[in-house]
Design a protein around this ligand. Structure first.
Ligand SMILES: O=c1ccn([C@@H]2O[C@H](COP(=O)(O)OP(=O)(O)O[C@H]3O[C@H](CO)[C@@H](O)[C@H](O)[C@H]3O)[C@@H](O)[C@H]2O)c(=O)[nH]1
Length: 470
């Protein structure tokens, strides 16, 4: 009885942070992982997700989530279909801003009026600038959470502030803290702003009200990109708090924390036996995240490129994308048991298997940092947004992978090129060096989040600020 009372006092004394992620897979995962990290510092978190996300998500290993993490919902105006029911990304974002702001205010009032868990701080995804405006209306501490790596954030920051003019007229591009960049190394919105005007506005808008923010958190770790973190910090002081990867693969600070728990796709767990039977470093893991959509031609080139390597491969193709592969190609993939196609799998578990020798990826930031943390070398096949810059760092800065070359005539990556890059990574010449480097980054990632590491110290600084100012 006495112990129960003490525990409930401790819970009510805990600082309470609302986490407001952008509603997509690649943004939900790191924020939930960051919430888990905060629990180790005695902070309670509520993840504020949209009603549609809440209805459509598939939860995985939810019992492993610390009890001090809760979920609550707000409407984005599209409760039945989310973003896919909106006319355009611009109309989705403006509706979300209008309806989300009102709903968020109600939510804050609900918590503040209950004596138990008033809100001490709001961490919001940098894409959702309206959350910061609401936060400040209530006089609450606001922390901006940058989901991309710092190099990408700084590039957008430079464009937003006129330090880098777009369209870029001169190459190589020279930005403090970065290596020299060709156009193909910049985020797609920088290299071709006219191509995705709504997304260009979204990433530029991130900085429109940052002067109101109390703290800037970035989903990366210091040694991974210290030059660019230092450069950006002269203008906007960044606290690296990553990698936001389940702690079982890093410092084991959170019991049973092995996976990202929220999945927006149907999980398929049929791969375990197949993978367990495979020899060490004999499997290529292939996934292009949650947003990439290829042409049928590109899918076919991928399939035949993978088959030609002769290696085993585990390929994530969501139900929606599957119809792009002809039946005969499916049959060819499964013919000798070397290929397996799945809808969506717990990616961390797969990357940590010693059967995996290489990750063929679109170079989304989460996939990239997860591979770095698990010491898996990559073949980078970037498509858009931050991915080209992530791929540049993978190949030329961290030296943990090889980037495919795109056929100049039609933008397709040919099967021979896919095969060439995979052989390079899986092989013993260049491959050995890539694996050595991958192991080095893995160790540095563990060091960053372990007690006294740069990210651990930065998280302490963040928590101390909440304690002092709330
Ligand atoms: O079968 C799968 C495939 C993926 N994942 C997870 O899904 C996430 C995918 O994230 P990411 O690699 O960043 O790709 P996207 O979902 O495509 O993310 C979008 O959002 C990111 C953050 O803005 C950007 O870096 C990407 O370029 C953009 O495509 C990762 O955590 C993976 O572990 C699974 O759990 N199972």
């Amino acid at each position: 009885m006495e112990e129960e009372r003490r525990n409930s006092n401790v819970m009510s004394e805990m600082k309470h942070v609302l986490m407001v992620p952008y509603p997509s897979q690649g943004h939900l995962n790191p924020m939930l992982q960051f919430s888990k990290r905060l629990t180790t510092k005695g902070v309670r978190s509520t993840m504020v997700i949209t009603k549609f996300i809440s209805k459509s998500m598939h939860l995985h290993q939810l019992s492993s989530l610390p009890t001090s993490i809760q979920f609550d919902t707000i409407s984005d105006g599209y409760d039945q279909g989310g973003f896919s029911h909106a006319e355009s990304i611009s109309s989705y974002l403006s509706t979300m801003k209008a309806i989300g702001s009102e709903n968020l205010k109600e939510l804050i009032k609900k918590y503040n009026e209950s004596s138990q868990h008033p809100i001490d701080c709001i961490v919001y995804d940098s894409f959702l600038t309206w959350v910061l405006d609401v936060t400040k209306e209530f006089g609450i501490i606001g922390a901006t959470f940058f989901t991309h790596m710092c190099a990408v954030d700084f590039t957008f920051y430079c464009v937003h502030n006129g330090i880098l003019k777009v369209p870029v007229s001169e190459v190589p591009i020279c930005i403090e803290g970065h290596p020299l960049l060709e156009l193909k190394d910049t985020p797609s919105f920088v290299c071709n702003p006219a191509c995705y005007p709504a997304y260009f506005d979204l990433v530029m808008n991130q900085f429109s009200n940052v002067h109101k923010s109390d703290i800037f958190l970035v989903n990366s770790f210091y040694k991974l990109e210290h030059q660019v973190v230092d450069s950006m910090s002269k203008l906007c002081p960044m606290l690296t708090i990553g990698p936001t990867v389940p702690s079982s693969y890093l410092d084991n600070a959170i019991p049973n924390d092995t996976e990202n728990n929220l999945n927006l796709f149907r999980l398929e767990l049929t791969h375990s036996n197949w993978l367990n039977e495979k020899a060490p470093r004999s499997v290529i893991y292939v996934s292009f995240g949650s947003m990439v959509s290829f042409t049928s031609e590109q899918m076919e080139e991928l399939a035949f490129g993978l088959i030609a390597t002769g290696f085993n491969f585990l390929w994530v193709i969501t139900d929606l994308e599957r119809e792009k592969l002809k039946k005969e190609i499916f049959a060819e993939i499964h013919k000798d048991g070397k290929g397996l196609i799945v809808n969506w799998i717990p990616q961390l578990g797969v990357l940590s298997s010693n059967a995996i020798g290489c990750f063929l990826t679109h170079s989304g930031w989460n996939s990239t940092i997860e591979a770095l943390c698990l010491g898996v070398p990559m073949v980078a096949m970037p498509q858009w947004t931050d991915q080209p810059m992530n791929a540049k760092y993978v190949e030329d800065v961290w030296k943990v992978g090889v980037r495919v070359k795109v056929d100049e005539d039609n933008g397709v990556v040919r099967r021979e090129e896919i095969e060439r890059c995979i052989r390079k990574v899986m092989g013993n010449d260049h491959g050995k060096e890539l694996r050595r480097n991958a192991d080095k980054w893995r160790e540095l990632a563990v060091e960053a989040v372990s007690e006294g590491g740069t990210s651990d110290n930065n998280i302490n600084e963040f928590v101390n600020l909440i304690k002092m100012r709330s």
